[in-house]
Write a protein that binds this ligand. Structure first.
Ligand code: FE
Length: 348
């Protein structure tokens, strides 16, 4: 091949690539991921996938707006896979109609039905539990229930982030599933009355509140314990983490509320087949173990080992409710949060 024809071949390849017609060129196999998950969480995983398959993974990371962006891009969207956390965000993607069914028997086999969309649009990949962080110094009990958070004995002792945050909306939805709307409303009023302060900040800020003595109990997701313990940039977070015990609520009855991180296959995925391969990799035993480990989460699959740190928090019973049912009650949950004025804080 002359230098000129080599250059022309390269140019046409580049052009084909830019137009998204590169499927026939084996050396340009790639998958484009839009991710709400931070690069450090997923890069090691994607590197492993590329090593095993030769398929390159390009990641666009943003804290918000990715679903809206996929909607706006429509048929021209370069996105193949969306990665996000919480069933609320996964449902937002489904409702925005930016997903499609992967039609993968492997995904159906690997991911339990409770942790994937009943219509096949979103797929849970990791689990996190919503637990109570209790002061080591001031809370002597080693068990708790969500119901008990409304007990007047905790008056002025509870810290929690906004009731409208997706994590809390799902928790409240699971309470509605267990007790109905009316009882959950009373419960929410009780929890609100027990708050130490107006809901604000993220889950970690609530644990900080326990460390500083502002509250005795904080509600938060399990992986933040790992995130605080491993935080070398801000070592004070290790002190926050060491000031609390992690209590898995309701573990002697229906179980602790769990939520998901997950994936959606983009409706207009230009690299559909390879995108499904990536999702299957994330659902495989190897992918599950790695993915859960990087963010101190739990695999969605039974039998995949938990990381040593996550194991050290102990085993627990998770509420077996389908996340589809939780998702369906989110709207009611959010309405209750407003109705009781949860975010106005304890004294209103
Ligand atoms: Fe989080």
């Amino acid at each position: 091949m002359s230098a000129r024809s080599a250059l022309l071949a390269l140019l046409s390849l580049a052009l084909a690539g830019s137009l998204g017609h590169d499927a026939e060129a084996a050396e340009t196999r790639e998958v484009n991921v839009y991710s709400y998950r931070q690069p450090y969480l997923i890069d090691p995983l994607f590197k492993k996938f590329t090593d095993e398959t030769g398929i390159k993974v390009n990641v666009i990371y943003a804290q918000k707006g990715l679903i809206e962006r996929m909607e706006a891009e429509g048929r021209n969207s370069p996105a193949d896979v969306l990665l996000t956390v919480d069933v609320g965000n996964l449902m937002q993607a489904k409702d925005a109609d930016i997903g499609q069914k992967p039609n993968s028997q492997e995904l159906e086999k690997e991911i339990p039905a409770a942790y994937r969309d009943e219509d096949g649009i979103w797929w849970g990949l990791t689990r996190r539990a919503r637990v109570v962080y209790a002061s080591k110094e001031r809370v002597k009990q080693d068990q708790i229930t969500y119901e008990e958070l409304a007990d007047p004995k905790w008056r002025g002792k509870i810290c929690i982030r906004s009731g409208q945050h997706v994590y809390n909306v799902a928790l409240i939805a699971s309470m509605i599933a267990a007790h109905g709307e009316a009882e959950t409303e009373q419960w929410l009023k009780g929890v609100k009355a027990n708050l130490a302060r107006k809901p604000a900040g993220d889950d970690r800020m609530q644990v900080k509140g326990v460390d500083s003595g502002e509250c005795d109990l904080a509600v938060g997701n399990t992986y933040y314990m790992g995130a605080m313990l491993k935080n070398d940039k801000e070592p004070v977070q290790k002190e926050w983490a060491n000031s609390v015990n992690m209590l898995f609520p309701n573990t002697n009855e229906r179980g602790t509320h769990v939520n998901l991180s997950g994936a959606v296959l983009a409706k207009n995925a230009p690299h559909r087949d390879d995108a499904v391969k990536l999702m299957e990799f994330l659902a495989s035993d190897e992918g599950q173990e790695m993915y859960a480990d990087v963010n101190n989460e739990y695999p969605v699959k039974e039998g995949v080992p938990w990381s040593p740190l996550v194991q050290s928090w102990g085993s627990f019973k998770s509420d077996p409710i389908s996340l589809n049912e939780v998702a369906a009650l989110r709207k009611k949950a959010s309405e209750l949060v407003d109705k009781v004025g949860f975010d106005d804080g304890p004294s209103s």
